[in-house]
Design a protein around this ligand. Sequence first.
Ligand SMILES: *[C@@H]1O[C@H](CO)[C@@H](O)[C@H](O)[C@H]1NC(C)=O
Ligand SMILES: *[C@@H]1O[C@H](CO)[C@@H](O)[C@H](O)[C@H]1NC(C)=O
Length: 454
Amino acid sequence: MAMVWLLLLLGVSGALGYFSSDEVLSLPGLSTRLNFRQWSGYLQAAPGIHLHYWFVTSQRDPVQDPLILWLNGGPGCSSLDGFLAENGPLHVKDDGSTLYINEYSWNKVANVLYLESPAGVGFSYADDQVYATNDDEVADNNYLALQDFFRKFPSFMKNDFYVIGESYGGIYTPTLSLRIANGAAPINLKGFAVGNGLSSNYFNDQSLVYFGYYHGLFGDTLWANLNTYCCNGGTCNFFNNTDYFCQESIKEAFFIIYDSGLNVYSLYMDCAGGIPTSYKRFLTDMKNLFQFYQFQAVKSTEKAINMAPPCINDTAQWTWLNRADVRRALHIPEWVQAWELCSAVVSESYHRTYSTMYDFYLKLLGKGLRVLVYNGDTDMACNFLGDHWFVQSLNQQKTVNYQPWIHNNQIAGFYEKYGDLTFLTVKGAGHMVPQWAPARALKMVTSFLSNSPY
Ligand SMILES: *[C@@H]1O[C@H](CO)[C@@H](O)[C@H](O)[C@H]1NC(C)=O
Ligand SMILES: *[C@@H]1O[C@H](CO)[C@@H](O)[C@H](O)[C@H]1NC(C)=O
């Protein structure tokens, strides 16, 4: 039996045409035999920049199925959260030591490359340990790392290729896609998707105030103040209003949304750990949002041991990834930093170059790429309304009117199409759609990749 399995492995290896020392042959906490192959190691970006990747082949047909590059956001958060809690094939049980199969893994229909980017995130590092970076540098390094990936796995160059990013991946994804589309590397880029992404600071911030009020979070007094002080002749400016009383009202509104104990990533889910006892998180998170208002960051003097975003519990993934035997299995050198869901250093030293992805989308649509903007509609970090307004602002010709899409004979959400551009919501799901609506997320990505109806 062991021999048959070995031959089968060699056969698959031969068919794919490469063999790499990065291959992961066993993982602590996993007892099941897998019907896909996986590699973990480092990709070379700019000199001195080493980005950790974890690559899994499709469970269906690695040769024919497309290749997805998956990017989590932050900036500063690790794509291994995508792997171990969202759309990856192996998830970590609450005990922090056992892995189980995610039956809605995206590698049911695609080869998936998880990249920890930029350096300083997760197990990725820079030789000089300088982690200040910006949107353009990240796109350049992701593009270089991707080319290194294809050097290691040349047979995947002919697969259809898609970039899919979440949250601040709303910036990483179009910027990298345009590098690829304009670049010389023969990569088969067919499109990109963005899940609960930051697409435009203006639309994101402006819409959030309406989202909060119409989801019952503010009450009449605050809403009346917002309208009195922030609006003029029926036009409201919640984004960069200079009126003092408007700014005070907006601070009140954002305090409720971000720091009162609501789960900003999923309005109707509990906040892990309950109501915060101190408000130190406000502005580590908010610092880069609503830049105009210059909220004063209350820097925590406490040393964060586990840099998870507020209300999110990543203890299981954190525990598993920081085991010495897991690090060895994933080929992480001993001297590389411990894994954190989000890196405070990267997040705090990050320079945001772009306030909107408008130009990038127009250029990429002009190249005939397929684009999906999807949003779990209970997320407040990057709310659906802001992304819907962003998509509408691109002013493309509508080809399918806003209507429900169906999964398991239930309304799964809504979508509309503008030729190659689709906007889609996932009803009742929060920021991490593949984690909190896994079956619908798999159906969605399958439709997107095969360009079939939702
Ligand atoms: C507010 O933002 C808009 C849209 O980005 C911009 O045109 C305007 O100049 C900004 N106003 C101020 C006061 O910064
Ligand atoms: C976080 O998850 C772990 C299980 O992985 C659990 O033991 C712990 O109680 C949880 N913490 C909170 C604050 O929910």
